[in-house]
Design a protein around this ligand. Sequence first.
Ligand SMILES: [Zn+2]
Length: 206
Amino acid sequence: MAKSPHQPPSPWRVALTFDVEHADRPAHPDGTQRVLDTLSERDVLATHFVQGRWAQAHPALARELAARGHLIGNHSHHHARMTWLSPHGLVQDVKHAEQAIRRVTGQDPRPWFRCPFGDGTDDPLVLSHLDRLGYQETSWHIDPFDWRAKATGPQVARTVIAEATAHGDGAVVLFHPWTDATGRALPLVIDGLRAAGARFVRMDEL
Ligand SMILES: [Zn+2]
């Protein structure tokens, strides 16, 4: 098959990442389960940044994320902005999430951490606290804004495929599994990127 001149040399790596959390806007009732099933059907492993309180509220689903071979990260306990917390509050929040995630899934989320709202990713104090707790902040390259009310599956898929292809090897994509748009986009994203020569990896394979 002739290769498009715009495609990176294959196979190139893409990491699909999901912020698994209590939704703060209208959500698909089975969004996370739907994402998990699509990933299994298409034999894709991903990275899931789990909110501690979410793991406590949905232990069976959280266990399934780990049992299916996905990489589990920490997405804080209360999903507060890291820069708004006191140093003590930040440390307690990260540790509470870690304990909840370990208790429920049996997996240690270290060293993978993602700041809620991406807040604190460029804050030296937040980063040094995370470092002392054994974490590295894990940002993303591609954000399709799947949580917006007007987001649709095809539009999210088009954005992710175009931007990941433009980024090339090592592209990290941010999704929210509770949104309807991501549930609809995910099969299109996986099939589209595979057709473009991509291979899906967990964050620990980047
Ligand atoms: Zn989040």
